[in-house]
Write a protein that binds this ligand. Structure first.
Ligand SMILES: Nc1nc2c(c(=O)[nH]1)N[C@H]1C(S)=C(S)[C@@H](COP(=O)(O)OP(=O)(O)OC[C@H]3O[C@@H](n4cnc5c(N)ncnc54)[C@H](O)[C@@H]3O)O[C@H]1N2
Ligand code: MOO
Length: 401
């Protein structure tokens, strides 16, 4: 009889994956749409005031009244957006201004053209009369009222959003420091695998893990550089892993399948003898059989072949390490009340149950099995090691997926 596999805790293996993957790269890049979704690796400070100068919020007239009752003004200028006033306003003077135009020094307030006797189009009149008094400060956007130059407008760890791109660019910022997406290659192994659309033959199956793990990696902010499948031939696997290790575009390899106790476990057979890998059975279900190590200098994380096991293991073990590399805050587990039939789970193993969190804050297991349940799931219920059943009303820990 062979020895029972060593059981390692989920937390220990998660930490081992984090150590293996280590810190990600940081780079300077343009603050543009290509940065959306990345996280800042350094605080971002404004280069310029926002707005850069006092300007008009309305198409109308910048005016400097002699008194509070003043209604009629001499028009001394006409300032479109983009132009600079050539002179300031003295008492009794106004200048026609367009929205966004710099208002002349001496402006007390802006009166919208609709509240004047002037035509909105055509040349500026010589005089203008307003329907009411000029309110001090009205319709003026003041220099630096949004941001003053040098102020921190985003912190390290913040996600680059379309709004942050607008804010930063408006403050004159051109570049940002970001956490670079991890470049991932995925290798799904198994002699039985056949891409959908091809005939799998009598004992074959439609292959799904490669693109599922690729999608999980992409959703975690990685750049998925290669997605491969490999037979159970050790020679082919060695060639592929060697090529991935030699590829400077690959930071991390994630494999699926070929890690458990069978006779054709290609990942294990190729990697275990190197002495740079460890294969363990985690105290978790699904996703128990796991491996990790370095092929050459490249970190390789080996997930089990069952699609639900690979999904859960990616979420629970790899995702946190990727989030850390990408500067994202750790995903916080939630708490919810379980509702549904009593489910018996295996004590001694942490169980992850594919589940749906309702708007009522109650978590239910979908009435489906395996991949159908996974596809419906919005979270995983974590049933701790010491618990052997899940009963309606139980307070449970959940992980969003
Ligand atoms: N004697 C034992 N047998 C098994 C154990 C064990 O401890 N002792 N553990 C079981 C558990 S739990 C899991 S999980 C699997 C993990 O096995 P492998 O990682 O070696 O995966 P495979 O055997 O290659 O495949 C398992 C299963 O998943 C299907 N599969 C594999 N790759 C894909 C893919 N790319 N797309 C779709 N489906 C895939 C495969 O056909 C198998 O049905 O081992 C148990 N056995
Ligand atoms: O650990 Mo396995 O089938 O339960 O994924």
């Amino acid at each position: 009889m062979t020895a029972a596999p060593r059981h390692r805790s989920v937390a220990d293996h998660r930490a081992a994956v984090a150590r293996l993957l280590g810190e990600g790269a940081v780079a300077r890049m343009a603050l543009d749409r290509h940065a959306v979704g990345l996280r800042l690796a350094a605080d971002l400070a404004a280069d310029d005031d926002l707005p850069r100068f006092d300007n008009s919020a309305m198409d109308g007239y910048a005016a400097h009244p002699r008194s509070g009752e003043d209604r009629t003004f001499v028009v001394v200028g006409d300032i479109p957006a983009g132009a600079a006033p050539t002179s300031g306003l003295s008492p009794g003077e106004a200048a026609r201004v367009m929205t966004g135009a710099r208002v002349p020094d001496g402006t007390v307030g802006v009166v919208p053209v609709e509240q004047s006797d002037a035509s909105p189009t055509g040349p500026a009149p010589e005089r203008v009369t307003f329907a009411g008094p000029v309110a001090t400060g009205r319709h003026i956007r003041h220099r630096g009222e949004d941001v003053t130059a040098g102020a921190v407008i985003a912190r390290a760890g913040d996600e680059v959003t379309p709004a942050l791109i607008a804010l930063g660019r408006s403050c004159g910022c051109t570049h940002i420091e970001v956490h670079v997406p991890t470049r991932v290659a995925v290798v799904a192994t198994g002699a039985e695998l056949s891409p959908p659309g091809t005939d799998p033959g009598p004992g074959g199956i439609h292959e799904s893990n490669s693109e599922m793990v690729g999608a999980l990696a992409a959703a975690a902010g990685c750049t998925v550089v290669r997605v491969e499948t490999c037979s159970d031939e050790t020679g082919a696997m060695r060639t592929l892993l060697g090529a991935l290790d030699a590829d400077p575009e690959v930071d991390v390899v994630i494999t699926t399948g070929g890690v458990s106790a069978g006779a054709y476990e290609v990942v294990r057979q190729v990697c275990e003898p190197l002495g740079t890998f460890e294969f363990v059975h985690l105290a978790m279900q699904p996703g128990g059989p796991q491996g990790l190590g370095r092929y050459g200098s490249t970190p390789v994380v080996c997930l089990p072949g069952t699609p639900v096991g690979a999904f859960v293991a990616f979420r629970v073990l790899i995702r946190p390490a990727l989030d850390a590399r990408h500067g994202a805050p750790p995903a916080r587990p939630g708490r919810a009340a379980y509702d549904g039939p009593t489910r018996h789970t295996r004590a001694g193993l942490v169980q992850f149950v594919t589940s749906v969190l309702g708007e009522d804050g109650v978590v239910r297991a979908p009435d489906a099995r395996h991949l159908t349940a996974l596809a419906a799931a919005t979270c995983l219920i974590e049933v701790p090691e010491g618990v052997d059943q899940l009963i309606a009303g139980d307070e449970v820990t959940i992980h969003h997926v």
